[in-house]
Each structure stands twice: as C-alpha cells, then as structure tokens.
Design a protein around this ligand. Sequence first.
Ligand SMILES: O=C(CO)[C@H](O)[C@H](O)COP(=O)(O)O
Length: 434
Amino acid sequence: MNINLDTPILQIALDFINLRRAINVAREAVGSGVDWIEAGTPLIKSEGLDSIRALRKEFPSTTIVADMKTMDAGRLEMETAAKAGADIAVVMGCATDATIKECINTGKNYGIKVEVDLIGVTDSVSRSIDVEKWGADIIGVHTAIDEQMHGNLPFEKLKEICSKASIPVAVAGGINSETVVDAVNAGAKIIVVGGSICKAPNIKIATEKIKNAISTREKVAEVLYKRTSSDDIREILERVSTANISDGRHRLKGIAGMNCIGSETKMVGRAVTVRTYPGDWAKPVEAIDIAEEGDIIVVDAGGVGPAVWGELATLSAKQKGLAGAVINGAVRDSGEVRELQFPVFAKLVMPNAGEPKGFGEIGVPINISGITINNGDWVVGDSDGLIVLPKREAKEMANYAMDWLERENRLREEISQGKTSLAEVTELLKWTKK
Ligand SMILES: O=C(CO)[C@H](O)[C@H](O)COP(=O)(O)O
C-alpha cells in the first residue's frame, strides 16, 4: 500500500474489548468518513488476531492497522498481524533496537507498513530520527490513555518530530474536534482518534465533527473528551456523578447512610472540616464564616444528636455562597432547610438542638463512616450519596470520572438503540470470571 499524504488521514482506534461493538462502531464511522481502522490493543488482547481477520472481512478495501504494541518477538508478531490481514502494524519505540529492526524487516518481507509508537520514550525526537533511518514507515507520537488522565496531551514534541521526519507522523492521545486542529497544524499526517468517536452516542456526528475540523482547520467546540491539567476541576465534577467518580477510581467507596434534605442534591465543593461534639453547634456555625464561596462545611458530630445544624445555619451558608453541608450528626428545621434549596446531607433529623459550647476544631482531618476527609479535599454529593476526592488525587480522579461518564453515554445509546440489555451489549457472561 502507498500512503497518500495530500490530506490528513483520520484513523479510528477501536479500543473495545468486544469485537461486535467494535465492528458496529467501525461500520458507522467508515460510513461517515473515517479513512483507516485500527484494531486497538485492548481489542487484539481480548479477541485476538481474529479481530483483525473479522475487520479485514468486513472492510475489504479499508486500511487496517493492528496496534500490536510489540515489545519483543518482533518477527512473529508482525508476521501474524500481516497474515491476519493488517496493512500496518505497530511496534513500541521503547522496545529494544533489535526488536524494532526485526519488526521493520518483517514488515518489508510480508508487505505491511510498520509504525513505531513513541509512547513513553524519553528522547522521542532522536528516537524518531533513528527509526526512520532503520526503515520505519510511520512514526507515532502518542500520549497514553493513563497519562491523559493526568492532563497530558501529545503535542509537546509533535511539531519538532514532524519537522524532522520525512516519513508520515501519526498522532494519538485524547484527540478531539478541538485538538485535532493543533495536530494537523503541527504537521501530523495521520490523526488517530479513539475515545472521542468510539464513546460518542452518535458516531456519525462525532466523525463528521472531526472531519470538518481537519478540513477547515477550525476547531469545533466540544464539552466531553477533554481532560483537565489544572486543579480547577469544579466544572468536571459538576458534570459527573458520584457513581462515575467511584467507577473511575476502581469502585471507590462513598459515604453511605447520609440523606440529602431537600431535592437539591447535587453539590460540589472543597471541604471545610469541622470536628465537634454531639449537639455542640458552635464550631459548625463558626466554620461558615471561615469558609469561602463554593466550599462545603463537613461536620463530624459523632453521628448522633442533638442537632448541630438547622435553618439559620443553612441560610447563613447559602448567603455566603457555600455549596452545601454534610453533617455526621443531626439536623433540624428540615422543612425550612428544604425550602432554602440548599443541599444539606445529614445522618439524622430531630427537633432538638444542643448548646453552642465551642468544643472541637475546624480544619482538622475527620472520619465519617470509615472515610477520611481532610480540609480542602473535594466533596461531591448527589442522589446516590457522597464521595470524597483527596486533594492531591482530585485532578486525576475527575478525569477518570469523565471517562466513565463518556463510556456510559455510549452504552446507554447502544442499549436503547438496539432495544437490548446491558448484559447483551457488553456480552457480560463472556467477560465474567471463569
Ligand atoms: O493506542 C491507544 C492507547 O494506547 C489509543 O488507541 C489511542 O490513544 C487513541 O485513543 P484516544 O483518542 O482515546 O486517546
């Protein structure tokens, strides 16, 4: 095959574990303008090289890329990919020189192109020069999905690598309809897009958006398929659910047994922690004045009454622009609190308050239902309950949560479009433990 470099090529990366889902998405994407199809590494690992055979059969005239991510045994892996029907196969740039050379020679022997993926390579510019010298056909500039969760994108070295390479450069790693323009402007000839097409509820619209951005070089605004690199994660946390955050963090435990008073249950903010004693409402109320706009007062009053929070505290917190309150103890005036439409999560509701004695502390680590909360940690509440994001890990947790939200958007669409079930769509039984 010859690679036509006149216009950038759009390659879809099918990062599914399930071949049937992958083929359905590929069908829609190719029909909407995707040029090349990549069998993603998770697909090849879960369904084997049969995934390449199936794609070849389904798309006889489309270029198929096998993202083998070869690290060793270069000859065998390139040979089997070629025999399964791949046109291009991928070896890792961080593999040994011997493996990369073996892949390139095998590619030449079997008539497939070999791409060297520079994921994780420290000196990616000099590695790209070396692999071109050895006869590689494509250089892949790539930011790993896991790295994307820390806010990294593949553009840092892209321009320099493109300017030095005389073979095509492919770029991958969280490309969406905005960043694709940066990729093309930097000189990338092959644009690899996984999530922002494969997780889209509407594959046609998602593909066309990216195709348009490539051809016009104008960014098409996107709210999903973005990862934040800053600590200002409020916008993401307002979009995702506590379930998304939990799933993204390997089913992280939330705080159970706290109910929200009122219908306004979504709450996002940084914790101002308060440790007090049953019924002593002095420190919780003092904390309202210390807190800043958007914060959440999180009180540990031992999980028992009398009440340490009520209508007037709620009104004060609302007026100050706080985002909510969590009371591991009791709340009163629930009717009035509800009317104020301010999220207050509490363990108990009772009529009697205690006295403001002034014991306890503000801004100290507290523990509610086995979950530690430090002052400044992010807290998210919704109709499922509460979840805490430790401040040092919050950015990454928010990005993973967003990824889960995007995946569920796609699954929801597949379930409703196919009038089928979650088990059916995901082939659940096939992928459960044997
Ligand atoms: O090879 C991959 C991961 O190693 C992906 O296929 C590639 O990163 C494209 O997917 P996304 O656009 O979701 O980053």
